[in-house]
Design a protein around this ligand. Structure first.
Ligand code: NDP
Length: 248
């Protein structure tokens, strides 16, 4: 059966869990060859096996997106292995929420390094390839927190508002090169994201919200990404905002 992403190559950061993992499975199910990047190689290898067992093509590239050299190598390895990079999903991220006053500022640096600089390095390394190929699609994972600022989220907000601003300027720069840019803005999704919060009070608040309402599943976000990347080349889905029904 003809699948919508046959012949396409997708490189996904943060593919070892949550939204990135679900996206890898979803685009592979549409026929894309997938390059899976993250730090946890064992998790990536399990996903490679799952995709190849299903008849797809996948390989893993252990990458820390805060290291520009590793990110450049990630992009080059994808091109060498599969021949192109048609879709880049900049998904790797952390949400280390806490009030500004008294915050552990190393959490700020991690968020900025991963959520913003990592995404920028990957974009920077991929653009020349996409331009030479005659087009491509960059999907940047922002958040509802990229649109709405709330207490405890100030620095996470700053990174995700930054993703939105970077993406919109980028879109205007590269549209002439047939490179599409899409921003995905999820509300609450049941993933491992909250596990990494270092401020125990903020972590507890989020865990309570996650337990008391029905949040989204990673597959819901993956479906939105598949929608965006399977439109005809003339269509650039700029932005998708998806909240759980019960989220304000
Ligand atoms: P997870 O914690 O499940 O996934 C985060 C992914 O990022 C993991 O694969 C992790 O892999 C990767 N990652 C973290 N640090 C690095 C690093 N330095 N280098 C490479 N990869 C890294 O959370 P989600 O799936 O929820 O998060 C995915 C994206 O979705 C993030 O950008 C997040 O901000 C965004 N988002 C999530 C929402 C939610 O409610 N869950 C809501 C809105 C947006 P590893 O540890 O193996 O490196």
């Amino acid at each position: 059966m003809a699948q919508k992403l046959n012949g396409k190559v997708a490189l996904i950061t943060g593919a070892s869990s949550g939204i990135g993992e679900a996206t890898a499975l979803a685009v592979a199910a549409q026929g894309a060859k997938v390059a899976l990047a993250a730090r946890r190689q064992d998790r990536l290898e399990k996903l490679v096996k799952q995709i190849t067992d299903n008849g797809g093509q996948a390989f893993s590239i252990q990458t820390d997106v805060t290291d520009e050299t590793q990110v450049t190598e990630m992009v080059q390895k994808t091109k060498t292995h599969f021949g192109s990079v048609d879709i880049l999903v900049n998904n790797a991220g952390v949400m280390l929420v806490a009030a500004v006053e008294g915050a552990d500022t190393s959490d700020w640096r991690r968020m900025i390094d991963i959520n913003l600089l990592g995404l920028m390095y990957a974009t920077h390394a991929t653009l020349p390839l996409m331009k030479a190929q005659g087009g491509g699609h960059i999907v940047n994972i922002s958040s509802v927190a990229g649109r709405v600022a709330i207490p405890d989220y100030a620095v996470y907000n700053a990174t995700k508002f930054g993703v939105g601003a970077f993406s919109e300027a980028l879109r205007k720069e590269v549209s002439k090169d047939k490179i599409r840019v899409t921003v995905i803005e999820p509300g609450g999704v049941a993933t491992e994201l909250a596990n990494h919060i270092t401020n125990l009070e903020s972590k507890q608040k989020i865990e309570e919200i996650l337990q008391s309402t029905t949040v989204l599943e990673s597959e819901d976000i993956a479906a939105a990404i598949v929608y965006a990347v399977t439109q005809p080349p003339r269509v650039n889905v700029n932005e998708i905002l998806i909240r759980p029904t019960e989220q304000e």
